[in-house]
Design a protein around this ligand. Structure first.
Ligand SMILES: [Fe+2]
Ligand SMILES: [Fe+2]
Length: 204
């Protein structure tokens, strides 16, 4: 739309074979399968993951690619995602099944593999972990997890503090981000996924 700021599309150079198709083709496929708002968010996460990766020593093109595709399963309605996992043979443990809002990470890993052709296991893992986190996350996992909460389109109480912390260090920023999330969930009676609790515990 005229008047909108240009979308932040700036794919970094990647080693041969990391991008399963030209970046513009991957973005075009994503744009055709998720709502426009989600697509704009995905470009924001890709750009922010790229920036954080460069700042904190994670792999830059992997961070960009995982950021771009992290929400690729969001075109499937939330209430149908578990069923789709069952159909495709994507295993969901009971804790994950009980939290419909996190399932798109697990389904997204599968779709990134089958629908987008991603073969890089580190990228696929970062996509899977972006909703729940876990113990033993790599710098790449953390960059994608955090970029989801700090990309320029995110607005929530405390986001500026999380952004400032993200420039200083991944662990401190994730701690701050999770504390805000946990407080929000507690106020609404929502449950926290056990993998997210493990992550928070590890960062203590
Ligand atoms: Fe997501
Ligand atoms: Fe997201």
């Amino acid at each position: 739309m005229s008047g909108d700021p240009p979308l932040p599309f700036d794919p970094p150079d990647a080693p041969p074979g990391l991008y399963p198709a030209p970046p513009a083709a991957l973005a075009g496929r994503l744009r055709a399968s998720v709502p426009e708002k989600r697509f704009v968010h995905s470009l924001g996460v890709a750009a922010e993951a790229r920036r954080l990766a460069a700042l904190h020593g994670a792999d830059v093109p992997r961070a960009w690619l995982a950021g771009l595709l992290h929400d690729c399963a969001k075109g499937i309605p939330k209430e149908r995602q578990a069923e789709e996992c069952d159909r495709l043979g994507v295993a969901l443990d009971p804790a994950t099944r009980a939290l419909p809002q996190v399932i798109h990470g697990f389904l997204g890993e599968r779709l990134a593999r089958t629908d987008y052709g991603v073969r890089d296991e580190a990228v696929l893992r970062a996509i899977r972990l972006h909703t729940v986190g876990g113990a033993g996350m790599t710098a790449l996992d953390k960059v994608v997890f955090l970029a989801d909460g700090t990309e320029p389109g995110r607005h929530y109480p405390g986001v500026e503090d999380v952004r400032a912390a993200a420039d200083r260090g991944l662990d401190e920023a994730i701690r701050l981000f999770l504390d805000g999330q946990f407080a929000y969930l507690a106020s609404r009676g929502g449950a926290v996924h056990p993998a997210t609790l493990l992550l928070r515990e590890e960062l203590r």
